[in-house]
Design a protein around this ligand. Sequence first.
Ligand code: GTP
Length: 194
Amino acid sequence: MLGDSGVGKTSLLIRFRDGRYVPSYFLSTVGIDFRNKVVVVDGTRVKLQIWDTAGQERFRSVTHAYYRDAHALLLLYDVTNKTTFDNIRAWLGEIREYAQEDVVIVLIGNKADCGSSERQVKREDGERLGREHNVPFMETSAKTGLNVELAFTAVARQLKCRGYDHGDDGKFNVHDFVRDNTKARSVCAQCRNM
Ligand code: GTP
């Protein structure tokens, strides 16, 4: 998981793994942390080992060392913070420099639960950036759970298809999967219940 400090990497991971959100939780990650979760993809158990990197610049040399081994990267920005969106191009540059060429990338605009008065990045801008770099895009909310499961499942399916599971026919397309399964904020059940 990559992206500027404060975009919600740890919160998204905790929401995915434990199904909870701690509102004022902001313990900036130091260096790197990891958590495991097993997901079931078409009857196959896929163990995801998820590395949560620190967004702060001062830890960059530590986190670079982990790019090379990553099979997939969730690249986050915060929809209420334009700077974090503008920095995505620089993050993609780092990925090109340090990660494997065929790494799976998913671009994520987090904090989609925030209202229009707080929002600084439109969903269309995220979609455009995703298209520009040929990476699937979705908005998520660690707070409400919007699309959180989808983000990790899309990665798990793509990795399974890449040959980590020999029974797969290799026809999975992460772009189509994300496009067909992304929920808009207005139809999220959890949002409706808030
Ligand atoms: P670093 O560890 O410094 O790289 O930060 P991080 O990207 O892991 O951010 P973290 O998960 O610590 O979240 C930063 C702040 O944003 C916290 O106060 C969270 O409660 C808040 N936050 C995270 N996700 C969401 C979200 O989906 N919606 C809202 N409204 N706030 C969020």
